[in-house]
Ligand binder design. Structure first.
Ligand SMILES: [Zn+2]
Length: 402
């Protein structure tokens, strides 16, 4: 370990929420890249975060060479069997982002499955992303259903959550801003039932499980976390936190019905409620079955589907939502880390990329796009200054370091 890899005791403190944005001095875990500013994770004297703990980090990034093909073949055969006698083998949730686009390509082209796709254009979906969705469905010759959810309600819940967050930041309020999107899970089950489809497939992957989220439960990265009992435990935990939060912030009571639905009924595509309500429909996340190959994903969608990134977006991860960078910004200010910090750290911990590669990517992709935040602020009918605590000028020069 080089000297620069060691944490200095004089660097960022836990209280300096915006160190990551304001300065170039960001202290990070010596094993992964979680920033020292992250409040919910402790660091030992050697500078290793509690998430890494005793886990052995592979010295080099290990290529995705695991022999998963037989398992994947069995998975596809099972889908085909379940689809026998039905018009479609599976219903695919499509957002226009890179992972779900790649997912539809893999199911349709690699496995030759008969897919039906469903898509919700949120108030925060960029027109370039909307074009991606329609182009992808056309190229792959997959029927596309537009999901209808009240956009005005979506905007209002997100706006109210931001207004409350500004008064007193908390991770619960950041998550509340996005609860309307959870209704997509309900809509997918409804569409599956209407069209007599036995399996819903989504593009989530285990690296997206951020340890600082209120809904996170240790072990969420495992596919077994989608079981009935695991999901029931998760919903109870979220409900408990929600009640505790409501006691402190009675002003969010008007969003209680939506909060209950999002936390208890539709928090994930696997909630116990959905499993009981739609016993004939089964939801799986493809990248828990198959290792998530990020490089192949980006290459495939760009070369074969002409997938495009909206202008001013710094990363193709979570490019499907203009709100994503606003969320990153709010998480940085509130808990001291962003989704990108968690995502890259999870990949390092799993040996998919090296720590050096993660650091390089943080410098390129880890900075906030204020243009993207401006888009989200416009949708919310809030001035960008509402979110800008003076960081906007500093962010262009900020570069995360070790
Ligand atoms: Zn770590």
């Amino acid at each position: 370990m080089s000297q620069s890899d060691r944490l200095s005791e004089t660097g960022a403190s836990v209280d300096s929420d915006l160190t990551r944005i304001k300065t170039e001095q960001v202290e990070r875990c010596v094993s992964c890249v979680l920033p020292r500013t992250l409040k919910e994770v402790s660091f030992d004297v050697g500078g290793r975060c509690s998430v890494c703990g005793e886990r052995k980090i592979p010295p080099d990034a290990s290529p995705l060479q695991a022999d998963y093909e037989p398992q994947l073949q069995a998975f596809a055969d099972d889908l085909r069997n379940r689809g026998t006698g039905h018009q479609y083998d599976c219903l695919v949730g499509l957002s226009g982002g890179r992972d779900s686009t790649y997912l539809l390509h893999q199911l349709s082209r690699k496995h030759g499955l008969r897919c039906l796709a469903a898509y919700y254009r949120t108030p925060f979906t960029h027109s370039v992303v909307d074009d991606n969705v329609r182009r992808t469905a056309k190229i792959l010759d997959v029927p596309l259903i537009d999901i209808s959810i009240n956009q005005e309600q979506h905007r209002k819940v997100a706006r109210d959550a931001c207004l409350l967050w500004k008064k007193k930041p908390s991770p619960e309020l950041i998550n509340l801003s996005c609860v309307v999107c959870k209704l997509v899970h309900r809509e997918l089950y409804r569409i599956a039932r209407t069209h007599d489809v036995a399996t819903i497939i989504l593009g989530g992957n285990k690296y997206e499980e951020a340890q600082f989220l209120p809904a996170y439960v240790a072990g969420d990265e495992e596919a077994g976390a989608h079981s009935f009992l695991s999901q029931a435990r998760k919903s109870l935990r979220v409900m408990r936190r929600g009640i505790a939060f409501l006691v402190k912030r009675p002003s969010i009571i008007r969003h209680l019905p939506m909060g209950v639905r999002a936390s208890l009924m539709y928090l994930t595509p696997h909630t116990s409620y959905l499993q009981l309500r739609y016993p004939g429909v089964h939801a799986v996340e493809y990248f828990y079955v198959r290792p998530y190959d990020e490089k192949d994903c980006v290459r495939t969608i760009r070369e074969e589907l002409d997938w495009r990134l909206p202008p001013d977006y710094k990363t193709d991860w979570r490019a499907d939502c203009a709100f994503a960078d606003l969320k990153n910004y709010m998480f940085l200010k509130t808990v001291g880390a962003s989704y990108m910090d968690a995502f890259l750290s999870n990949m390092v911990r799993d040996g998919t990329i090296t720590r050096d590669e993660a650091l390089r990517r943080l410098a390129d992709e880890g900075t906030i796009s204020w243009e993207r935040i401006r888009h989200a602020a416009d949708v919310l009918d809030l001035p960008i200054e509402f979110f800008d605590g003076g960081e906007r000028a500093a962010v262009s020069s900020a570069r995360p370091t070790t």
